[in-house]
Design a protein around this ligand. Structure first.
Ligand code: SAH
Length: 352
């Protein structure tokens, strides 16, 4: 829903200002259409249905993974493709919520996390990521970002949001932050919202200035510049030391631990010495600032292969032994190409 257009449409019809809040409150609770907004006069509901698209996105396709993950392919009004993902986690016995195993669709009652796109395609060209190989179209608007989350909110309640879909959120930060401002109405607090970046320093600095306590995640993937530049050309512009310094400043400002994402590529960045180099880099910046998420590589047809389970575990142990908290990310939705790095319209794992 385009919230500006909503205000405009209601104002044009001479409706009082509280109407927009009423409509938005229904939207955010996940109703399927204007007809369900029962405290609006029926003629107004009909008029809205005629004049104001319920979503700025059209659902083109939806895929369901065996692990409960759902991937949605949307088109914008001008025909640009994008994808978003709903991840369902089983709650462990005894309550709380943390990543668990298989979840029956709709069941489980654990964490419900939506992974949204900030751009259609991505202008950056990380070597291992499928999104970088599709054509970059444009930044998404705040409404187009929010409508991804609303789509899943209409399926079931949600409580986490990660900007880890297509695109680089820091290159579209105004729209991303405008969408974040509305997320609490959908059940997603700022503390449960994470923005992931390749290390776009101006964006990290602006997020540090935002009053919203949003979490920052950095896609690092290599501790030294030469390798990182090979994997992520953006490193030429924002090299490791400067990016890590921006994260340190973010932590100093917000007191929120920064997550380091590190995709484990066999024979490329998964060696023991590389774990030690990463531990040195992070430890030198200060204790308690970083937590490392090791991401098993998801096939994208890029020519890389994933590190073995054993080398991922050894890498994690080496970090932990040096006081750097590290976990291995649970892979979700790989069978429907919904996992990290696999979002690209037209990409299907079976076709490669
Ligand atoms: N542009 C932002 C937001 C996208 S997040 C960023 O890069 O942080 C998507 C995450 O998935 C990033 O950490 C990215 O590096 C990671 N990723 C990309 N390709 C991957 C792959 N093939 N396997 C596993 N993770 C991958």
């Amino acid at each position: 829903m385009d919230l500006q257009l909503l205000d405009q449409t209601l104002a044009d019809r001479g409706e009082p200002p509280f109407r927009a809040r009423q409509v938005w409150a229904w939207m955010a609770r996940g109703v399927d259409g204007y007809e369900e907004m029962t405290d609006l006069p029926a003629p107004l509901r009909r008029a809205l249905a005629r004049e104001l698209p319920f979503s700025s996105l059209t659902l083109e396709n939806e895929m369901h993974s065996a692990d409960g993950t759902v991937k949605a392919l949307f088109a914008t009004a001008d025909g640009r493709p994008l994808e978003a993902v709903l991840m369902r986690y089983r709650s462990p016995p005894g309550g709380g919520s943390h990543p668990g195993g298989r979840t029956p669709p709709g069941g489980g009652g654990g964490r419900r996390s939506v992974c949204v796109s900030s751009q259609s395609g991505c202008p950056l060209t990380c070597a291992f990521c499928a999104t970088g190989s599709m054509r970059f179209a444009r930044n998404l608007t705040a409404s187009e970002i929010l409508d991804q989350a609303l789509h899943f909110r209409r399926i079931e309640p949600i409580d986490h949001c990660v900007f880890m879909g297509m695109g680089e959120p820091m290159m579209n930060l105004d729209a991303v932050l405008a969408a974040c401002e509305q997320l609490p109405a959908l059940g997603v607090t700022h503390r449960r919202t994470t923005i992931s970046t390749v290390g776009w320093i101006p964006g990290i600095e602006r997020l540090a200035d935002s009053p919203m306590p949003i979490r920052l995640a950095l896609s690092l993937h290599a501790a030294e510049d030469s390798l990182r530049s090979e994997l992520m050309p953006v490193n030429e512009r924002y090299p490791v030391a400067e990016v890590i310094e921006a994260c340190r400043a973010f932590y100093a400002r917000k007191r929120r631990r920064v997550f380091i994402e590190y995709v484990m590529l066999a024979g490329v960045n998964d060696r023991y010495e590389q774990a030690l180099a990463l531990a040195r880099l992070l430890a030198a910046t200060g204790a308690g600032i970083f937590k490392v998420n090791l991401i098993p590589y998801n096939p994208t047809g890029s020519g890389f292969s994933g590190a073995s389970r054993e080398s991922i575990a050894a890498f994690r142990d080496a970090l932990q032994a040096r006081g750097i908290p590290a976990t291995v990310r649970l892979t979700r939705g790989r069978d429907i190409a919904a996992a990290c790095g696999q979002l690209a319209t037209g990409f299907s794992p079976a076709a490669r």
